[in-house]
Ligand binder design. Sequence first.
Ligand SMILES: Nc1nc2c(c(=O)[nH]1)N[C@H]1C(S)=C(S)[C@@H](COP(=O)(O)OP(=O)(O)OC[C@H]3O[C@@H](n4cnc5c(=O)[nH]c(N)nc54)[C@H](O)[C@@H]3O)O[C@H]1N2
Ligand SMILES: Nc1nc2c(c(=O)[nH]1)N[C@H]1C(S)=C(S)[C@@H](COP(=O)(O)OP(=O)(O)OC[C@H]3O[C@@H](n4cnc5c(=O)[nH]c(N)nc54)[C@H](O)[C@@H]3O)O[C@H]1N2
Ligand code: SF4
Ligand SMILES: [Mo]
Length: 579
Amino acid sequence: MSQTTTCPLDCYDACRIIIDKNGKLKGDDTHPITQGYLCPHLNHYDEFERILVPKYKGKTISLEEAMEILCNTLQSSDPAKTLFYRGSGNIGLMQRSSDHFFAGMGAIGTRGSLCDGAGEAGIIEGRGINYALSPGIIDEAEVVIVWGRNPHVTHSHLLGTLKNKSIIVIDPVQTQLAKTAALHIQIKPHCDLQLALLLSRFVVIEGSQDKDFLEEYGNDYQDFYELTQTLRIKSTLESIDVTLGQIGSLLELIRDKRTVVLVGTGVQKYRNGAEVLRAIDAFGAILGLFGKAGCGVGFLGSSTQGLDFPFRTLHKTVPKPTIDFSAFNTVFIQGGNPLGQMPNSGKVTDEFGRAGFKIYFGLYENETSQECDLILPAKTFLEKEDVRSSYGDFTLQKMSKLRDSKIGISEYDLASALCNRFNLSIPTQQECLEFFYDQMVSKDGVDYKKNMPDIPYENGFETDNGEFEFIDEIDLSYSGEEGLFLLTPKAARSLNSQFHRPSGVHLHPQSGFEIGDMVMVSSKNGSIKMSVYHDERLRIDCAIIYAGTRGLNNLTPSLLSYEGENAVYQENKIKVEKC
Ligand SMILES: Nc1nc2c(c(=O)[nH]1)N[C@H]1C(S)=C(S)[C@@H](COP(=O)(O)OP(=O)(O)OC[C@H]3O[C@@H](n4cnc5c(=O)[nH]c(N)nc54)[C@H](O)[C@@H]3O)O[C@H]1N2
Ligand SMILES: Nc1nc2c(c(=O)[nH]1)N[C@H]1C(S)=C(S)[C@@H](COP(=O)(O)OP(=O)(O)OC[C@H]3O[C@@H](n4cnc5c(=O)[nH]c(N)nc54)[C@H](O)[C@@H]3O)O[C@H]1N2
Ligand code: SF4
Ligand SMILES: [Mo]
């Protein structure tokens, strides 16, 4: 049997990889999700230029010298002024070896999220726990509502599962899936909360709520129904740009059908992101979609749900999207590019420049590495042992070392060296791996987390009373800011700021700008000069700048979502002017 490993990238699919005899990476065709193919990132993985040697203030040094500088710096740094920032460049569990060291030395960590924290907070309020909805369940659905998610780009291995199903897309962009869908609601951005409330209201009006489910798990649904009645139907539909006909078609398509709602991060890049997910969940609960085969509401599940760790965790933390780096004497960045990916990068870059000693531990050069005093090359996932859980399903898979390399250092080896120097305990690498392996259970040749339900919520919810908690308050105050909605979806050939990074601002062909025009794009937070592309899939009131585009986050604000301490990348509107 050929040796396999698992893709470490921040992606739903958690593909299983084989290296063929020529050293080329291939998708394992025996793996139910991977089905024999990888995506552009992994097909070209070996072509991307990585950091080969450690550097200190621009000068190449040896790994021993780099470790000496790192140890001395950390030993002379006040732990309360030392920040450990871990990004999501590699989501293997052994990345957290470093947490173990930094927690031991008493450093400050981060909490909250740049990604799905708002949505997850809303889900936890309603359901008590955020389970992934695995492809096996989606496979049994008859209808799939894809709500603010773009599987052709972000979850390509799901496309086979979606074939031959009735698809409904709710997205301001006519995504590739929307083109062939039974129904596409090209909703105005930031309006999903209202749509979810209206849909729930109409389900009750036509009497198709799941009465048995609500009797058992949703006794508060009448209060929720009253809440939905506070919206005026006609004016709300007008303001969100949805017609009564579309609501009718959607309800017609799902009537008496096994339905899955797949929600992506698109709907929750706003301050009220938690409310949006809660309202979509409430729509699912009214229909009784939880705990049944072929049904469910799936967001990004919590990949660490149900796992125990052999590592210490950092308890003193600051919210990740709004960190003020200048408050720290020592900053250690691992597996992330905060100067590109955090919101309000103008402010972040300025504050980062005023921080004390900065260390970058990663694979690739980027905005952040360029501003650091010490650069430590990481090992790629092919050169170290790890374990990977997933936010798209319940897999817990080994990431075996498949290649030897003299370049870089693994997270475990770095953490272990630091712990030795600080006289802190750390389990051996094998003990850490075994700790995770012990939480695996094998089924049909694939390893999964133990104790996960066959069907999420089949035994009710993890709330105080075991019932679904309906949202009971909403805030529809709206700023009414002038300008275009800024959409920042993921790009096909980049993984956030890794690989082929996208560029430019994408506008509707009738926006008044020509392809190639140089424009100044500005928001309340900053501006950036860009070249124009046309995209006829857009609404005229929207612009796309893909996540991972250099300079994009000059436009986004240093605000946290009301719940979940998440970044809110689409809260600001933008203006586009010819330079
Ligand atoms: N190729 C590739 N794959 C990736 C990534 C990548 O960078 N590149 N990133 C990975 C990561 S970190 C994540 S978190 C996941 C995210 O996976 P997705 O959730 O699929 O990601 P997005 O592309 O951010 O957003 C999806 C859709 O939301 C829509 N949208 C934007 N605003 C709104 C709105 O207000 N309402 C509605 N209804 N829709 C809206 C966008 O048009 C887009 O089609 O993808 C992962 N997969
Ligand atoms: N405007 C806007 N901004 C966004 C988003 C958006 O939708 N819009 N999306 C947000 C989301 S969902 C996310 S998840 C974040 C992601 O943002 P980040 O967490 O910053 O992730 P990446 O941009 O992928 O940067 C990852 C870096 O990790 C390093 N790396 C890769 N593998 C390894 C490894 O094995 N070890 C070590 N030590 N380093 C490694 C590489 O050098 C790479 O440059 O961006 C967020 N930023
Ligand atoms: S689809 Fe996702 S998990 Fe699969 S190889 Fe690509 S990035 Fe990795
Ligand atoms: Mo993400």
